[in-house]
Design a protein around this ligand. Structure first.
Ligand SMILES: [Zn+2]
Length: 488
């Protein structure tokens, strides 16, 4: 017996509180062989020990998190996935489908984007084809998605270190179901808890222990996979909440484990705290000045592009420029970064060493622009992500301005701009929890509760569609019924 498995998907994470919109140019679209690097465990589109299973890569489109996807962009990508899928089905039967998604994509004016795409795929592949999805643990699993997709799994680390492993697990479990003729049963539970990633990092408790217990569940007889989704707090959709899915061959064990993990997350709800000392911007700046430790990182968290921020909010830059010790140059700060294409063009035209007057911020509608007068200290070009990039220094504040959205997760990326975090009193980065390179370099770190499309203070956000009550938006929740829904 030989088997064929198609691969396709679409992944991004969309804040519905962000003014930015994700367009076609924001997606990196891979087709066929171009996807080989994404699945290093599939050599020549086979698992080494399963030569009888052929994988057929169709299309995978990924975008940096941001604002909602434009409907016409979603429709175009969906149409191409379905067209390629039809062509593969014309050649013969498809036994499996690997659905490579993030899980928190939002399409403007629509709901539950991944479930909609899963329905379209299911309608073509039929009910006998086994669909297996890998997801980010910040993805959302609606009951509809859980009903439509046979096998669902998610990362177990945040920051995410296990994305390749998770894809491989989704693929291997799918292959196992085909060759061993298993049709697993799955248990789905919604947990009425909605928390930001910055309070649920698996580096720290209580998420660390709960996630360790997810792996323990998977080792039990009758369980094939256990997953816990933190969910995504910056999407005002009914599906936004934590969820648990456990699947396997023993309905009793699968159901009991799903309920146990859901209960563990619920019981821990009051223990989740920011993974770094957190506070308002002036407090963060004071902490940096008082600390003798360098580099000292400040997460400018409200506009973190890798969580869905628009990357055009200059609020913290305005605050730094208005801080007397920084304005005078007595103290120094790096601020990275902001999309400001007009300002960058001015800097490129003027050249290094020139003085410029620029407006920074609000290019996608994210807050008021901030006026900055200073010296251009660096210009460069990043063809892959940021486009033309400039650094402008005013007093002691060096601001990194880009032409396109670009996260700064590596010290080397700042050093390449002539900026050495260890030589500055503070280094503010548009980020939430520090990604590994910055985390390792940090001698000090605080998280600034700055405004933006991914505001960490969820109580400041105007939710209209999230299912209530939910912790922490509502007080004094009654103990929820965490009995799983069973599918399959
Ligand atoms: Zn994530």
């Amino acid at each position: 017996m030989t088997y064929r498995i198609a691969i396709a998907g679409m992944s991004t994470e969309s804040s519905t509180f962000t003014t930015h919109r994700t367009g076609l140019a924001d997606f990196r679209v891979g087709r066929g062989e171009e996807l080989a690097d994404r699945y290093p465990f599939l050599a020549g589109w086979r698992l080494p020990e399963h030569p009888e299973v052929e994988f057929v890569p169709l299309l995978q489109a990924s975008a940096l998190p941001g604002g909602q996807v434009l409907p016409e962009v979603y429709d175009a990508i969906e149409a191409e996935i379905l067209e390629r899928l039809r062509a593969v089905l014309d050649e013969g039967e498809l036994h499996g489908f690997y659905f490579d998604i993030h899980g928190a994509m939002a399409v403007e004016g629509r709901r539950d984007a991944e479930a909609a795409l899963a329905h379209r795929i299911r309608s073509l592949v039929g009910s006998d084809c086994v669909i297996s999805a890998s997801m980010d643990l910040h993805g959302q699993v609606s009951e509809d998605l859980a009903e439509t997709v046979d096998l669902l799994t998610a990362y177990r680390t945040a920051p995410h270190l296990d994305y390749v492993e998770t894809r491989e697990r989704a693929v291997r479990n799918l292959v196992r179901c085909l060759v061993e003729e298993i049709r697993p049963v799955r248990a789905w539970v919604r947990v009425p808890v909605l928390l930001p990633g910055e309070k649920t990092s698996t580096r720290v408790e209580p998420a660390k222990s709960v996630y360790a217990s997810v792996e323990e569940a998977e080792r039990l007889d009758g369980v094939m996979d256990a997953s816990l989704w933190v969910g995504y707090a910056w999407a005002d959709e009914p599906r936004s909440a934590a969820t648990v899915v456990v699947y396997g061959t023993d309905q009793g064990v699968v159901s009991a484990q799903a309920e146990r993990i859901a209960r563990a997350w619920w019981d821990a709800r009051h223990e989740f705290e920011f993974c770094a000392p957190a506070g308002p911007a002036d407090w963060c700046v004071a902490q940096a000045f008082e600390s003798g430790q360098r580099p000292f990182f400040v997460s400018d968290s409200g506009d973190n592009p890798t969580a869905g921020g628009s990357n055009d909010v200059a609020w913290l830059l305005g605050h730094l420029l208005a801080t007397p010790a920084l304005a005078s140059g007595e103290r120094t700060a790096i601020w990275a970064s902001c999309v400001a294409p007009d300002a960058v063009r001015t800097c490129v035209d003027a050249g290094v060493g020139a003085r410029v007057d620029v407006q920074v911020g609000g290019v996608f509608g994210g807050g008021e622009p901030v006026a900055m007068s200073g010296e251009v200290t660096h210009v460069t070009r990043d063809d892959q992500v940021g486009g033309d990039i400039a650094v402008v220094r005013s007093g002691g504040v060096s601001a990194v301005l880009t032409s396109r959205r670009k996260p700064f997760h590596y010290v080397a990326h700042l050093q390449a701009l002539g900026l050495e975090p260890a030589d500055h009193d503070l280094t503010a980065v548009k980020i939430g929890y520090l990604q590994p390179d910055l985390y390792q370099a940090a001698k000090g770190w605080v998280l600034a509760l700055t405004p933006g499309g991914v505001d960490q203070d969820l109580l400041r956000l105007d939710y209209q569609h999230v299912v209530r009550p939910v912790h922490p938006l509502d007080d004094d929740l009654a103990d929820p019924d965490l009995t799983p829904v069973i599918f399959g």
